[in-house]
Design a protein around this ligand. Structure first.
Ligand code: FFO
Ligand code: ATP
Length: 178
């Protein structure tokens, strides 16, 4: 079994090295998920990460409020803060574009989650700080949607005790439901 840190480094390199040819398509299954939802947590991509903007835009069109993660450091849990799409974002740790810390906190019904790697069972490898692990535990009723390039899929990830699986993964090719 490859250890997590080695796998994370390898999959960041795969992600960073592949051709990012097209935007992720928004499937009907995602639009159906917006029914009855009030708030979606999205993220601003950094570097070669897949961009969730088509999903965020569809959610705004459907009347949902949009929130973005705000982090201070690896140790502090992330907070989801509302973002109207207009308010200025500020560059924080890891080059993340974030709302101002005083923006109103949100309770997401759907969490769009950036992935380093994933498998077909909905297991996920992230940045290793536990930001999303802790967010999933804090908002257990939210739909957990992974966003990634198809090249970030691996055969199988061994989940840890604290891992909570994704409900679906969106790539440029597929909408994968475990
Ligand atoms: N765009 C984006 N926003 C996000 C995350 C993310 O992965 N991507 N997060 C996910 O938890 C949270 C922020 N937490 C983070 C924790 C650690 C690192 C980190 O170690 N970054 C490395 C390089 C990352 C890479 O190449 O993938 C670094 O800056 O050196 C980044 C974000 C919330 N917002
Ligand atoms: N609910 C939780 N409360 C507190 N700490 C947690 C919780 N879940 C996970 N952690 C801690 O966060 C770290 C997560 O490491 P892991 O390698 O699983 O991150 P990851 O899979 O890359 O996910 P993430 O995207 O959440 O960073 C571990 O040290 C773990 O102990």
């Amino acid at each position: 079994m490859t250890d997590k840190r080695a796998l994370r480094a390898r999959m960041r390199a795969v992600r960073d090295g592949h051709d990012r040819v097209r935007a992720l398509p928004v499937p009907a299954a995602f639009l159906a998920m917006l029914q009855g939802a009030r708030t979606i947590a999205s993220y601003m991509p950094v570097g070669a990460e897949a961009d969730p903007a088509p999903f965020t835009d569809a959610a705004r069109k459907a009347g949902l409020a949009v929130a973005l993660p705000h982090v201070i450091d690896r140790a502090t849990p992330l907070r989801f803060l509302n973002w109207d799409g207009i308010a200025p974002l500020v560059t924080g740790p890891f080059g993340l574009r974030q709302p101002l810390p005083a923006a109103p906190p949100a309770t997401p019904d759907i969490i769009l989650t950036p992935l380093v790697a994933f498998d077909a069972r909905g297991n996920r490898l992230g940045q290793g700080a536990g930001h999303y692990d802790r967010a999933f535990a804090e908002f257990p009723d939210a739909r957990r949607i992974g966003i990634a390039w198809s090249v970030q899929q691996v055969d199988a990830l061994a989940p840890d005790a604290w891992d909570i699986p994704l409900h679906a993964i969106a790539t440029e090719l597929d909408w994968i439901v475990p």
